[in-house]
Ligand binder design. Sequence first.
Ligand SMILES: Cc1cc2nc3c(=O)[nH]c(=O)nc-3n(C[C@H](O)[C@H](O)[C@H](O)COP(=O)(O)OP(=O)(O)OC[C@H]3O[C@@H](n4cnc5c(N)ncnc54)[C@H](O)[C@@H]3O)c2cc1C
Length: 525
Amino acid sequence: MRKLAVDVVVIGGGSTGAGVVRDVAMRGFSTVLVERADLGQGTTGRFHGLLHSGGRYVVSDPESARECASENEILTRIQASAIESTGGYFVTCPGDDPTFADKFLAGAADTGVWAREVSVAEALRNEPRLNPGISRAIEVRDGTVDGWKLVWGAANSARNYGAQILTYHRVTKIETEAGKVTAVRCTNLRSGDEVLIECDFVLNCAGPWAGQIAAMAGAHPVEVVPGRGIMIAMNHRLVNRVINRCIYPADGDILVPAHTVSIIGTTDVKVDDPDNLAIEAGEVQQMLDAGEVLIPGFRNSRALHAWAGARPLIKDDRVAASDTRHMSRGMAVIDHTTRDGLDGMLTIGGGKLTTYRLMAEHIVDAMCEKRGEHRDCRTAAEPVPGSESGRTHLVSDRLHDREHDRFDEQIICECELMSRKMFTDALASQPAGSFDDLRRQLRLGMGPCQGGFCSVRATGIALDAGHLDSERANGLLRLFLKNRWIGLWPILYGDQVRQTALDNWIFQGTLDIEHLPQPTSEVAL
Ligand SMILES: Cc1cc2nc3c(=O)[nH]c(=O)nc-3n(C[C@H](O)[C@H](O)[C@H](O)COP(=O)(O)OP(=O)(O)OC[C@H]3O[C@@H](n4cnc5c(N)ncnc54)[C@H](O)[C@@H]3O)c2cc1C
């Protein structure tokens, strides 16, 4: 068994855990983050991509609105490379109550959320696909954020401050002695080895799984109510700004332009198991109908991929446990000393990706207070590695890069302009990585063909470059295509059926991938 000893163990490698491990390390504690999969593979990799301006909450949740407004400014400064400052509109669609826009403007003024009403003509000039029947439009400072880039930025910053990041390690037990946490046990899922991490403190940042982690320490049940939401990526950027309906938060009322696609979402349904988030046919139709309200003809554009995530909502006594839409989005830190008589552990839940840095500041402040020491939080002041220039991401960045290397470099993924070198460099730096790990970094297979062309090219290149043997390459390709398929089958209609038929012919008809030799060792994770 491998043994480590640190001051603080952070459990969960989503945005919250990454923000927390960065903050802990920057305050001078020795720390290790433990994540059972890759970083950002939980809710953080399955969200809507919106960097909130606070506009969404000015009427329904003023406290969250204030937090979002201030964190939006901070993140745009310290995590610039993960953010695209698109701006956004809240629009009153036909049938929506036009007086809600007045409540919105009053709420924005009260909460300090920047908002400005613009003429319908200006909104339609800037976003020509918008419903021409809109009666009001309010401009806000919404943006879009790449959750994976945000998490890696925070994790790399933490590493620079001495933190260790253990991915593909599952926490199995939290050891306690005389009412105090003493160690965390986990299993390395790639090697099967057991790891024991002795520590003074555990910060439980496991999102919708936080209740399971708290139970491993013997705490009373933590009521995290997973609220499942589905999202659908549509072909192309149908809009260039984030488009919100100017109504009380509801299902399918936001369209987010993210990289080369647009994402419509989302729903909010209470579920029991955050590991089992099935997408129902009715929800897909609901999203397409909602898109049609914002963009007439929405259904004619091609749906590329659907996915679901579970909000880690903390149960609020004021609303029924089944009504996740109206549970507070606010963050909550649970003190296990006062609650369970267990020293050395705090749990955090709720919040949003936009407020991840502030969540980290709150829980680490609480930990310092319990340890009886004061150490300043410096995360708002210092940019993460790669964001020092303060330049935010532009959708044209990859095109710009390819302008420079187009004569020397082969393009492997035309949809996302991923070059051969980008792929082989990433493979060389992560020999144990799966194609899905690389997808999150390079956007391999995330464009209109959903891997139809690039996945087999990438497999051939990996073999050719000697990074993989044929057995592992076959296994990784099959796993990658299986995972792409999970997000494809719920939205098979119209042009996507034709694309899928073509892909299927390439995979099965030409390459007979189904009958490739089965790997002797399991590559699935
Ligand atoms: C549908 C939907 C849309 C959303 N849209 C937005 C949006 O547009 N903007 C926004 O700001 N916020 C949005 N949110 C909220 C935001 O995504 C979440 O608040 C945030 O990602 C939560 O991050 P987290 O780190 O707390 O949880 P997670 O990202 O879920 O991280 C928890 C981690 O714990 C790990 N874990 C679990 N069990 C173990 C174990 N035993 N051992 C080790 N690790 C373990 C998991 O693998 C996971 O990676 C959305 C949420 C949902 C569900």
